[in-house]
Design a protein around this ligand. Sequence first.
Ligand SMILES: Cc1ncc(C[n+]2csc(CCOP(=O)(O)OP(=O)(O)O)c2C)c(N)n1
Ligand SMILES: [Mg+2]
Length: 892
Amino acid sequence: MRNIATDDIASLESIETSEWLDSLDYVLQNNGPARAGQLLQELAGHARRRGIRLPFSANTPYINTVSADQEVPFPGSQELERRIKSLVRWNAIAMVVRANKAEPGIGGHISTFASAATLYEVGFNHFFRAAGADGNRDVVYYQGHAAPGIYSRAFLEGRLTEAQLENFRRELKPGGGLSSYPHPWLMPDFWEYPTVSMGLSPIMAIYQARFIRYLEDRGLKPQSNTKVWAFLGDGETDEPESLGAITLPAREKLDNLIFVINCNLQRLDGPVRGNGQIIQELEAAFRGAGWNVVKCLWGRDWDPLLAKDREGLLVKRMGEIVDGQYQKYAVESGAYLREHFWGADPRLLEMVKHLSDDDLKKLTLGGHDPLKVYNAYKAAVEFKGAPTVVLVRTIKGYGMGEAGEGKNIAHQQKKLSEDELRAVRDRFMLPVADEKIGEAPYYRPDEKSPEISYLRERRKALGGSLPVRSKKTAPIEKLPPPELFEEFYKGTDGRTASTTMVFVRLLSKLLRDADFGKVVVPIVPDEARTFGMEALFRQVGIYSHVGQLYEPVDMDTLLYYKESTDGQILEEGINEAGSLASFIAAGTAYSIHHVNTLPFFIFYSMFGFQRVGDLIWAAADSRCRGFLLGGTAGRTTLAGEGLQHQDGNSQLLAYPVPNCVAYDPAFAYELAVIIEDGIRRMCKEQESIFYYLTVMNEQYAMPPMPEGAKEGILKGMYQFSKAKNTAAKLKAQLLGSGAILPEVIKAAELLEKFGVAADVWSVTSYGELYRDGNACDRWNMLHPAQKPHVPYLTQCLGKSEGVIVAASDYVKALPNSIDRWLPRPIVALGTDGFGRSEGRTALREFFEVDARFIAVGALSALAREKQIDAKLVEKAIKDLGIDPEKKNPAIS
Ligand SMILES: Cc1ncc(C[n+]2csc(CCOP(=O)(O)OP(=O)(O)O)c2C)c(N)n1
Ligand SMILES: [Mg+2]
């Protein structure tokens, strides 16, 4: 039965809706979008006051943010740019296909760049400015897996040779090759930032954008219009680092930051959100965080259809399809689309009845239409007051056809058959001959061709080629004077201090230095008071672009919490990943902005290598310079905090980072010597290294520096004291590090009572000793007939007498790693195992690294060597109050 009343109401409502929409159109036409928006706001406010509950939506409809009538025409030659893009596509495919023919399994990616080609080409031809562009150079983070496309373009620009392309992923070939992904370590003239570990480039880009402001606000760099572009995958946004820091740039109004998220709706295994819509999800997250969101979803062919969509049926339909289904549409025929997409409503079918199935299939997405991409980017670069994210819809493997376009296998596809290559060639109208097609030959048109001329002309207008990494920044010649460090050589005259206190004093002196001070960038993640650094708040201020808009609660104290526009400290809040991203920005400013800055990032040592180790790896790859300081370090030195905080690992975790120089200093002078030399090596010699120093919070008297110790401190060890009882027959060499060195010194005294003469060595770096030992071994292996190199460790201890015992507040793997260069096996004492909430004395007993255990270590070794009776050692163990049956701390 038809319900007449309901039908009447529906038709009345339809007329009413139409009238309201007409009114809005009238205002829009006569008074513009601003006024229309204002009216809607008023209306919404009014409705709320009248008790109408408006449903919350962080989303806008599933259409382009820049509507067709707001667009500007494409400013370049679309035809030439299309041809250039096809060439870039082709050579990128050729690189991967050829590499995998030459060596199956060598890998590479085709489909990521295939989906993103227009996104990059529009950027390269119209937006990305290089250093030549009036100092307004842009910083671009390229999606790691799109590297073949970036190489391919550099090839067309004449920056890379065919031979280099041929050696993609075969870097060790004579003449060199190309690294799989962006790696400044491997290609220091080309890549600026490593981006392939997903999630790192978004967070690095955010802090880069903020650091640019910092440099400008502090007067270290002229004000600029530099933009930071980060190209991300939609799958990549699932990494916590990708979205984890997006509130910062909105809060700080970083309109110099643009994210472009390539929403091909696929990741490696399958759809990013098969049952949902990643674009809408990201839109809500970014809008909620305060970003300007520009959606670029549909190509120009859709404009006439949308213009006809008076009732919003098409927009509604677009918005109700889940991504898994959209992916299916990408691989299906026009007939399928007519039936399944358009067929949902007869009025939709009517809308496209003039289009053939082929036409329906060819309706492009926003990310494959240069006009739409151009306008989206334009909206992004012109937006003021907030960062912009451009959400672009594309198809993964676009143009690969049967070989993978839109398919779940697309990501891994790297071998194309002859037929598949031919299909790509035909689709992009490439001049590759039939008989050659199976080889996937590279193709570069003549130097004078319109394509190459256009390409060059565009890059010239934008200040030069990209990517390019500059190595031109002049070194810092005027280093801090030696006197600045000398105070620390004298010791504290019996007064106690911790190495953290020493570091803070040294940092504060560096900051005061008239020349060098401005270069220093202190970074701290809400831990300044833990490290006793709060005096620096007042001394140099905490950086804030807007200064201080409130009266700090502690204004009346000397050390108040001072925020200022030219503040020097980056106080990053509880965010080690963000702090490390700032560390990378500051430590690489020399290569990006031609500005020398040297970061000192101090953090809870357990939340460094262990928590953000991959960012540290990226810092290393980036050739970042600076000091990482692991504070409150040492498993037994950080009392009370327990299992999650007590760090006995980080010195070992620093081992594999090839250009990270790690030290575990015990005394003030050691720290001063290391930092002074580090500044020299990084700032003057411009070595691509960075430092990791553990600093402790245990206070003890700092001795004066022994004569001639400097060189050993830097090499990794030196003799701290010689045994006094030289006449004793029994001998021991005791090695101590960090806060355990005082225990070792006590152990030497204890051993004296047992008739053992013990020399004490301070090991400042097991890592440096290990590297030196390995380097010597390697050289000796390869030069068997020549005089062997002697490791520094062997030079120190090779001729020493007695047993060797080493103790540190880190795992036993450290001393064990240097054992092979010693004349006798080492007795390694360390802190393997989970920490405990306890005081230092109890912890050192638990982990067996106190003076008594060190002494027993030496006595036991002497007994094994039959120099003393084991019974004597048993008695010593008892007398020293040690329970030999105690549980093994390594696993309890
Ligand atoms: C941290 C991390 N985890 C995993 C990978 C391996 N990986 C490389 S690409 C990829 C899928 C990328 O999907 P998406 O971000 O959507 O990029 P698209 O290729 O689709 O543009 C994965 C899982 C990686 N590179 N980094
Ligand atoms: Mg994707």
